[in-house]
Design a protein around this ligand. Sequence first.
Ligand SMILES: Nc1ncnc2c1ncn2[C@@H]1O[C@H](COP(=O)(O)OP(=O)(O)OP(=O)(O)O)[C@@H](O)[C@H]1O
Length: 808
Amino acid sequence: MDVADLPGVPSWLPEHLQSAGIEALYPPQAEAVEAGVTRGENLVASIPTASGKTLIAQLAMLSAITDAAGASERERSDPETPPADGDGTALGGTALYIVPLRALASEKQAEFEEFEQYGLDVGVSTGNYESDGGWLADKDIVVATSEKVDSLVRNDAPWLDDLACVVSDEVHLVDDAERGPTLEVTLAKLRRINPDMQTVALSATIGNADVLAEWLDAELVDSDWRPISLKKGVHFGQALHLEDGSQSELPVRNSEKQTAAIVRDTLDDDGSTLVFVNSRRNAEAAAGRLASVTREALTPAEREQLADVAAEIRDVSDTETSDDLADAVADGAAFHHAGIASGHRELVEDAFRDRLLKVVSATPTLAAGVNTPSRRVVVRDWRRYDGTAGGMQPLSVLEVHQMMGRAGRPGLDPYGEAIIPAASHDELDELFDRYVWADPEPVQSKLAAEPALRTHLLATVASGFARSRDGLLEFLERTLYATQTDESGRLARVVDEVLGYLQRNDFLERDGEELSATSLGHTVSRLYLDPMSAAEIIDGLRSGGGSAANGDDASEEPAGFTTASDLADEAGGDEAKDPTAMGLYHLVARTPDMYELYLRSGDEEEYSQIAFEREAEFLGRMPSEFEDDRFEDWLAALKTARLLEDWASEVDEDEITDRYGVGPGDIRGKVESAQWLLGAAESLASELGLDAAPAIRRARTRVEHGVREELVDLAGVRGVGRKRARRLFDAGIESRADLRDAEKSVVLAALRGRAKTAENVLENAGHRDPSMDGIEPSEEVSYERSDSDGRASDGEEATDDQTSLGDF
Ligand SMILES: Nc1ncnc2c1ncn2[C@@H]1O[C@H](COP(=O)(O)OP(=O)(O)OP(=O)(O)O)[C@@H](O)[C@H]1O
């Protein structure tokens, strides 16, 4: 189908697509149009990676929210649709695009912003789970993660009543035990709020897309078509075995690894390789090793350009990870995983797309929709450590096929090749059976698990979707779980258990048949807390602990540790019972909403010792050493709490990554979770009339800025950052007000030709000439600032501003 013949889309779209090189629809896109995606029909599209799903979503969203030539068609098919009265202008109604990862939200936002030239407004909503995102009401297209949409529903965002179209990207993730239920319940709620809304779900190729279509009352496009053919295969010995039965020589030199040999072979043909591995550490190690292969293949011009990219990478942050990445990039290789800063991620993706980087070793996050095709894909690790299943477990066929689907760049490569290296002849056979010839597994709802229901049942009652047990069960009928199972008894049993838990904790109350959320329950739901996290926090705050550590103990603490008595002093009162920052960090670190840091060997002893030394600070009961699992979890939370304490005591990021064996992205993730959970704890404390709220706020602002109490004010000034705040403080500039004064005097000194160097800046700040007060600086004045005037020469500022805060 030619794009000029598209029915129902705004009149400017065909030309827009043509100018982007899209003349005709890909076959699955044409099928989607024939199935009515531009006429408001619900659709499930189950199509291979990189086969043009995004355009299907765009066709649906644009035809749903704009009037155009196609409006009359919609009018015909739906007599209630208002008649067309313009030409591609917004009809009213918002299109919502739900992504699984935050990293994808910005990518999609950038793609959709192309439509702003036609008068459509695009907004992205991530982060802050407590607001109703009121500003989004004026947007035509909103991109958000499923967690964010869930929270918007809980906060009664009024514009959600006016959705014309919702698109769920990577909908096969409903199968994910942790995050799938949120997507499932959120889609069910949105469809209930907007019965006429169009639902479009985009999925990887899965075995049971028909069940998803049944669940969503949707037409189905189920296709294996790819814009560029893909050959899957296994490498063993000196040969590459492909699924079409062909074999070609791919020699491995002495002392060379298979992956290096494949990368070298691809380079001989001027191609790039994407290598999937199972851990961040492996990704980093592989990039380091493969750099020695790619280095040989670079032209002088490429070397020069890569040196620039490497410098930009160093500018993003001054951590060891950043240095390692920059070193590898200078040689034409890179690693990519969720632990690297988003600035790094973008630089790597761009340089790979520009064919400057010859190899990227990545964890599977890269496979989840980021558009980085490559001539060859190597799935080096097809097993991953799984703590619950015990040991290394094979990846699902779906996951491996998603990775393999990244092979082949349309228009650049004749075809793509996806290769799994085998260590033995038996493994060669096994890998063919397990992955090359296998079909992906069917997706299966994970809603009936207790932790998922705990959160969603409370939210469903609190936001009025159900007002009784029967009402809840009826609502759950709208979920994929109900579509997939006839066994409603199991769901009813879990529902009863969870309702009991929510009542015991005062989140829900029952009056005869009627169920309602208590005021506390409403708060917990709006705060987007797992009810179990809320119960833990409330219990900790109520039972207290934190009887002040005495002065001697405090003096033995490493610098920066805050004790209860410090906090009491800071509060300027006699509040010796205030919890300490450590007590609060530990409290939020042990909730199920904070993901765990693993205890490495030796950690248990170290943290046990800290636990006993600082026992008085912890809130609630410390499990005894004999309660094995509970004690271990408690210590793991202590490790997180300590990380937060280090961060809030100005310990260098680099030192923290070393000390805890984490990446800078992990620190950001922890910090952001802690900020959110402490904010929630503060709200709970206020709601319950507990005195701890001010202490919680202080602990939260310290984490937010990564500084000790005395620097919070300064570090909160835009663009200052933690290191610069310390330098200013030590130079006598102790507050925002001091800083303003200092700036004023510097400008005035510049006017008089005195502040030429950075040293002058601070000097002038300390030696202000009172006679100058009140003189306004002239706008034309500019004075030279050098790095030592506090600008982040170490890239700290960039890290503060640019690092993505976690992945969801
Ligand atoms: N009809 C078309 N003709 C030419 N190019 C197209 C067409 N449709 C999409 N493309 C291009 O194909 C590439 C891959 O498309 P897209 O990113 O939409 O794939 P996808 O299925 O969404 O992939 P993912 O698995 O990453 O979600 C994009 O660069 C896009 O511009």
